[in-house]
Design a protein around this ligand. Structure first.
Ligand code: NAD
Length: 479
């Protein structure tokens, strides 16, 4: 089998070599998942047993938490604090949450209808579900998708990004150790462009849950249309933070920094546009830039590191091209904008935290997803202007509002065209709460009851309990 090298982005060195699937391997994986769903023991497993499998996976993740955190940091470059306290425990908690709630969410519902008829609604498994995961949260997003798909009784084919397959491969091992029947969880490692056409157009696949760029999402929608699959699309973003003049400035500055520089800005929900009330603009900018300059870059394994490298040389090139474009279009760099020069960083794909001032809404850095540590600062005079600027985007993933007037912030949140609004906080994901974007940020939800039910199909059974002859039985009787 062909293999592919996985690179440590902090050092540029080869971290591992992993098998790389070809089109025939994918066809085999689909056949295996199909067989396991149609003929295997999996669909006959009780809900209590299903819950036990999920709890074992959660435990398996926590048993290897330290090793997984190290591996995720080496593979993605993100600081060890992030993987240790966020990615790994959150992954385990998602399995736990859906284990404890699957029975409740899968309950059928009886409806008594006005006519005296009855309806029953049954959430059923969908069948074979393809789970396609990006490189920015390799284990966490794989866990969201796998936990929900399995809790709903599906069989799956997991496709991590080939840049960051290592923790996904560990996750599949953990699922196997939990004793899941053969063929229920399959994994494919390969570049998306090579395998996407087979994986996404095969009529044996019932659903695709995709997280990644809008461009790839559009290609997958095209591929999936020939066999009319259920899709969830969690796509790109260009989210805005709105800093109202009545905010607690220190809290807003700190929150805004995290909302763009966490994970090197490689977050779909990165608040890459910060809209600041004119009354506090200069104070905010001064504090924000001063703090951005102090962010410590380094190898994510060093506990003092606050920001790691970008995922690849190619991703850094893309970010640099945007920075150059921003300069050309007349935006002013307030800090960063360069590859850091210190010798210990020279082999990694590092880039300085970069802050642009004087950004005009027409500029490409204000409109397009950069997916790196680059932020645009703009000012507004009236709340309506902030609302208009925040909504002036093809994307609609998320928004932050910073204000000490919660009623005002809540009112404003209703006018923002985005799937998630955070008020005086950022990046909080809850297993109980659905998450997903509007506009070109996609459709469908992940997490919560609504997200979980995406992985099911709803059957409607209708009956007439009256014992009387219904209208349909004598419709043609008097012809
Ligand atoms: P990407 O679209 O390049 O790749 C995502 C996944 O799709 C990878 O596994 C890749 O191998 C696969 N893929 C690529 N081409 C394919 C094809 N033709 N058919 C099938 N699969 C294919 O995205 P990325 O660079 O890995 O991740 C960054 C993007 O993901 C950003 O745009 C970011 O906003 C988005 N993202 C969105 C969310 C969300 O929840 N909305 C979360 C994380 C990341």
């Amino acid at each position: 089998m062909k293999t592919e090298k996985v690179i440590n982005p902090a050092t540029g060195a080869v971290l591992a070599e992993v098998p790389c699937a070809d089109k025939e391997d994918i066809k085999r994986a689909i056949a295996q998942a199909r067989r396991a769903f149609d003929h295997g023991p999996w669909t006959k497993v009780s809900l209590t047993q299903r819950k036990e499998y999920l709890l074992k996976i959660a435990q398996g993740i926590m048993d290897r938490a330290e090793q997984l955190a190290q591996l995720e940091t080496k593979n993605t470059g993100k600081p060890i604090k992030e993987t240790t306290f966020m990615d790994i425990p959150s992954s385990a908690k998602t399995f736990e949450y859906f284990a404890h709630n699957l029975e409740r969410y899968l309950k059928s519902k009886r409806m008594n209808l006005d006519s005296g008829a009855q309806s029953y609604l049954f959430p059923e498994s969908r069948g074979v579900v393809v789970l396609i995961v990006p490189w920015n949260y390799p284990l966490l997003i794989a866990s969201w998708k796998l936990a929900q798909a399995l809790a709903a009784g599906n069989t799956v084919i997991l496709k991590p990004s080939s840049l960051t397959a290592l923790t996904a491969l560990e996750l599949v091992k953990i699922a196997k150790e939990a004793g899941l029947p053969n063929g229920v969880v399959n994994v494919i490692n390969a570049p998306g462009a090579t395998v996407g056409s087979v994986l996404c157009s095969d009529s044996r696949v019932d659903m695709i849950s995709f997280t990644g760029s809008t461009q790839t999402g559009q290609e997958i929608m095209r591929l999936a249309s020939s066999s009319t699959k259920k899709l969830i699309m969690e796509l790109g973003g260009k989210s805005a933070s709105i800093i109202l003049a009545d905010c607690d400035l220190e809290t807003a500055v700190g929150g805004a920094l995290t909302s763009i520089f966490l994970n090197q800005g490689q977050m779909c929900t990165a608040m890459s546009r910060i809209l600041i009330d004119k009354k506090i603009f200069s104070q905010f900018v001064e504090q924000f830039v001063e703090k951005a300059k102090k962010i410590k870059l380094g190898n994510g394994l060093d506990s003092k590191t606050q920001m790691g490298p970008l995922i690849s040389a190619q991703q850094r090139e893309k970010v640099i091209a945007y920075v150059e474009q921003g300069k050309k279009e007349g935006a002013k760099i307030l800090c960063g904008g360069k590859i850091p020069q210190s010798p210990e960083l020279k082999n990694g794909f590092f880039f300085e935290p970069t802050v642009f001032g004087q950004v005009d809404e027409q500029m490409s850095i204000f409109q397009e997803e950069i997916f790196g540590p680059v932020v645009c600062l703009s000012e507004f005079s009236q709340e309506e202007e902030a609302q208009r600027l925040a909504n002036d985007s093809n994307f609609g993933l998320a928004c932050c509002i910073w204000s000490s007037d919660l009623e005002r912030a809540k009112n404003l949140s209703r006018k923002i065209n985005a799937g998630t609004i955070w008020i005086n906080t950022y990046g909080m994901f809850y297993n109980e709460a659905p998450y997903g974007g509007f506009k070109q940020s996609g459709f469908g939800k992940e997490l919560g009851r609504e997200g979980f039910l995406e992985y099911t199909r709803l059957k409607h059974v209708n009956l007439d309990p009256s014992g009387e002859k219904p209208l349909v039985s004598y419709w043609y009787a008097f012809g």
